[in-house]
Design a protein around this ligand. Sequence first.
Ligand code: CA
Length: 226
Amino acid sequence: MSGERILVIEDEARIAQFVERGLIYEGYRVTVARDGKNGLATARDNPPDLVILDWMLPGLDGLEVCKRLRAASDVPILMLTAKDDIQDRVTGLDAGADDYLVKPFSVDELLARIRALFRRTTPTSRPDVLRFGDLTLDTGTHRAYRGERAIDLTAKEYELLELFMRNPRQVLTRDVIFDRVWDYDFGGESNIIEVYVRYLRQKTESENEPRLIHTVRGVGYVLREE
Ligand code: CA
C-alpha cells in the first residue's frame, strides 16, 4: 500500500494519538514528531506529502516551524490551533500554512480538510526527490548527490539506493533486498548484494564522507546516520 505520508507535529500525546489512529485507519502513513525541532529534522530527512502542525509547541512554536518548512518546500501544511482567533488564522496563513483547524475537531473534519488539501496540491510537477542527511536521490533523473557532489549510478545501483532511501533507518534483510531489487532468488551463496553495497559505498563515500549504508551482521543493511 502506498498511502501518502503525513507528518504530525504535536506535543500533546492524546491528540497526536487520536490524529495518528484516524489517519492510519484511512490508509495514510504517519510519522509523529513531538516538537518542532524533531519535526523539521524528520521533514528534511524523509519529506512528507503533508504536514499537520500544532500551533502551540515547546521550543520552536508552530508558526516558526511553519515558516521554516515553507522556506524549504511546498508541502501542504494544515495547522492546528486551540485559539479560535481571527488574528491567529491570518498570521498562520501569512506564515505559509495552507489551512488550519480549530481544536477540538472531529476525525471526519480532519480527513475532509486533508483530502481537500491533496486535491488542491496534486499532482503538480513536483519532482520526487528523496533525501537522507546530505544524500539526495532524484527519482526523475536517477542521479544522486552527496551534498553538492553529483554521483552517477548504474541502473541496479539506483534501484538499491532508492530502496534504502525509501526505507531510512529500517533494517532491510538480504531476502527483502533480493526480492525488491533483483526480482528473483540468487540462492544463499550469492554475494551480489555485498558487491552492490560496496559499489554504493565507494560512490557515496569517495570524499571520505561518513558512512550511511551500514551492515547489520547476519541480517542485512540499514541506511542510517553514523
Ligand atoms: Ca500543543
